[in-house]
Design a binder for this molecule. Structure first.
Ligand code: ADP
Length: 327
């Protein structure tokens, strides 16, 4: 590979707390190696619109602790076309950018791979998504914060549920993966956890909930991942409400939704994001491309970008057994 001229950094897809810490680390590491950095606003949309901003070590001061992303994020349909990507690549070349750090989820990594394959731009990815569903890393930027936000909310719900002996169905994020639900279920002491990876049978769920609420006059919390096969917390609540057998239960639904995306990143996310940012720039300098940096067994490792979006990360099935034993 020819040497790096300038590095472009962007955040793309779903935002996640800690992305700013990663941007900061990318910029500061690059400058420590006498390399310039250009921020690309609104991910691939901004690449196509030449929405560029010069980054200096000063411009990333005081962003480490902020949620969201100062570079903004977007989803871009134009980038899904070869014409859109050609325009993006031409804009990057005009700015003297021949290396990129992509911060985002599997879709963003897929887009980065295409830029590399079609236009020869060097790309290194940093995993950023609250869902933690990325192959090639044990943890993603934003996951720890989202999980802690969800648990804090579950604790609050438990207080009111307990006061009234209510059943709460609490929906947490996770369209395709149950990482947040499973861990929040254990950490929040849920009586039942429903995740997309598990076959969920309505009859069985009803049986379990009936058992829970009739055996003891206490509160119960069921944590439901939004992508659960039964269609989320509201659908399950509707099914229970339409069944007279459950009339004795005071049932409520709470969808935590976007509260899980916002907020100041936890210490763990800040450190993780900083490590990823530093490693990504170092990887580019060492001549690596088309890889994502990740945390594997406590160490930073690189995974071919293609594996990141073509393979899926499995949840820890031991944890499912744990939820059953502890409920
Ligand atoms: P995330 O990165 O959080 O998974 P998305 O799946 O929405 O979020 O992907 C972010 C952006 O990456 C998309 O809006 C699109 O511009 C680009 N992208 C995703 N998948 C592809 C693809 N198959 N081909 C080209 N671009 C893609």
């Amino acid at each position: 590979m020819e040497g790096i001229q300038r590095i472009g950094v962007y955040t793309s897809g779903g935002d996640a707390p800690g992305m700013n810490a990663c941007v900061r680390a990318v910029v500061r590491t690059a400058y420590a190696h006498d390399l310039e950095v250009v921020g690309i606003r609104r991910g691939y949309e901004g690449m196509i619109d030449s929405d560029f901003v010069e980054m200096t070590t000063r411009s990333v001061s005081n962003i480490l602790q902020k949620g969201g992303t100062v570079l903004k994020s977007a989803r871009s349909d134009r980038f899904r076309t070869p014409e859109g990507r050609a325009l993006a690549a031409a804009n990057l070349t005009e700015m003297g950018i021949n290396a990129l750090v992509a911060i985002g989820g599997d879709g963003s990594m897929r887009g980065a791979t295409l830029l590399n394959q079609e236009h020869g731009i060097s790309v290194v990815g940093c995993p950023g998504t609250i869902d933690n569903d990325l192959y090639g890393t044990d943890e993603t930027i934003g996951y720890d914060t989202a999980m802690n936000t969800a648990i804090e909310n579950i604790d609050r719900i438990r207080d009111t549920a307990d006061a009234h002996n209510r059943l709460f169905l609490v929906e947490v994020m996770g369209r395709d993966a149950g990482f947040i639900a499973l861990n929040c279920g254990i950490g929040g002491g849920a009586e039942l956890v429903l995740i997309p990876e598990n076959q969920t049978d309505l009859k069985e769920v009803k049986k379990q909930i009936f058992g829970l609420m009739s055996s003891h006059a206490r509160s119960s919390i069921v944590v439901v991942a939004e992508g659960d096969q039964l269609g989320g917390a509201q659908r399950i609540a509707d099914a229970l409400k339409n069944d007279a057998k459950f009339d004795f239960i005071d049932l409520r639904v709470c969808i935590l939704g976007h509260t899980q995306r916002g907020g100041s990143p936890t210490a763990r996310d800040r450190v993780l994001a900083s490590r990823f940012g530093v490693s990504a720039v170092e990887a580019l300098i060492e001549g690596h491309t088309n890889v994502m940096v990740g945390l594997v067994g406590g160490e930073i490792k690189m995974t071919p970008m293609k594996n990141v979006w073509s393979r899926s990360k499995s949840i820890d099935y031991e944890l499912i057994n744990l939820t059953k034993m502890l409920s």
